[in-house]
Design a protein around this ligand. Sequence first.
Ligand code: NAD
Length: 477
Amino acid sequence: MLIAGQWVDAADGETSATHDPCCGETIASVPTATEADVERAVVAANAALVDPEWARMDGSARGRMLNKMAQVTYASAKQLATVESQNNGKTFREALGEINFAAWTLEYFAGWADKIEGETVPVPGARLNYTLRQPLGATVHIVPWNFPLQLAIRSIAPALAAGCSVIAKPASLTPLSLLAWCEALEQAEAMPPAAALQVVTGPGGRIGAQLAGHTDIDGIVLTGGVPTGQLVMAAAAANLTPVTLELGGKGANIVFADADIGRAAKAICYGIWMNAGQMCWAGSRLIVHSDVHADLLAAIETEIDTWPLGPGLSRGVRIGSMVSKEHRSSVLETLEKGLAEGGTLVRGGGCPGGELEAGAFMEPTIVNDVDPSSVLFTEELFGPVLAVTAFNDEKEAVRLANDTEFGLLNGIWTNHLGRAHQVAAALQCGMVNINEYPVTFPMTAFTGWKRSGIGVEQSRHALSFYSRVKNITVNLR
Ligand code: NAD
């Protein structure tokens, strides 16, 4: 772990093994932080806030530092993607794309570091009134296993740009890429000074909970499941600590009869089978006009035939392993429950044997004619399962897409300009993609409505979480 600027083991020497899910082999053992280790990290994070090396580093210097971090990330991308692929099971190609996206996020926020401006406010009388935007303070970043390094950097970058100190906690299943990234930063002398960036490892229920409920933490960012979000928010409430929560999703691709079916089919495959479907923004529901229902399904089946399943580091593989056999079992269980409720399994639904048997692989799966009451329509399976439901008119399509407790990303496929924008406005979610899926950029907000979360990641909007307003009145007489 990286605590107070030092690479350390847990105080009691305890470790836990981390695995390659493609074969089940142990690839590393990682410290399990003790309560005392976490406490030391919190003390160091608060010390960084008053350490002149960090506290007096001006915005331009922080921007240069973030740009250097970005360059190191680009330069180490292949090595980091190898680590990520091995620890998570995803394909090397996917991992490489994510690491480059993370580097781009660092560059984006590097540009903001010297533009976090206050304002002057006209007030009555002979007075000057102005605001400062100051760093929120010591922030905790709790990261899931599905995009381990990219999602860590997604929130670390704006926090450092705003002058906060950072304690990051990776998911217990996938701690390696974040540690490898910090090692690369250190080797390139691109590590933020004064221990402004620390990493503690260990189980979320203990380490994460201790950090989330800590009185000396000023902000908590969690990317994870809804139940974890509720626990973190409850722990934070005890200290009135602000939270950003990026939680689950049940995205729908709505395909109208006038859509480009070929393009839609390719993107729908990408939206549900990339990362073996383990994505908050997966397009796990397909809501398709009945006139093009059969054609679109046929096009999706043709496309998915060209997606080989296999170990993430093997050439040509398009779908890697899931993160663990335990997680795969939970997906298979929900699939079984869903199929018992109705719908027709048109493809997949099983686990490949032969050479892939030792890994946590699952076939790309399509269930047709899924009723909106089915768990396949309502629950986030977090696996490679596409639920298909037909509609007959626009109103019904919008009603179906909104008929979920989640509100992260939805897609619209149509060549009718007015309809595209009207449906986008009517969808109850934080993000909409039109005629592509799924797409986001460092400069666009990543945000969920309803049970998909609270707050915004990426874009300038993220910065308002990491900086706080101070208003100052000066009597000029
Ligand atoms: P998870 O909620 O199990 O774990 C997320 C993180 O929280 C891990 O680091 C874990 O160790 C930690 N944690 C667990 N219990 C905790 C507790 N009591 N207190 C504090 N921390 C705790 O999620 P996961 O299984 O790693 O990831 C899958 C979930 O993440 C899915 O629901 C997915 O939709 C969501 N997700 C959301 C986004 C987004 O941007 N909206 C992105 C990726 C994943």
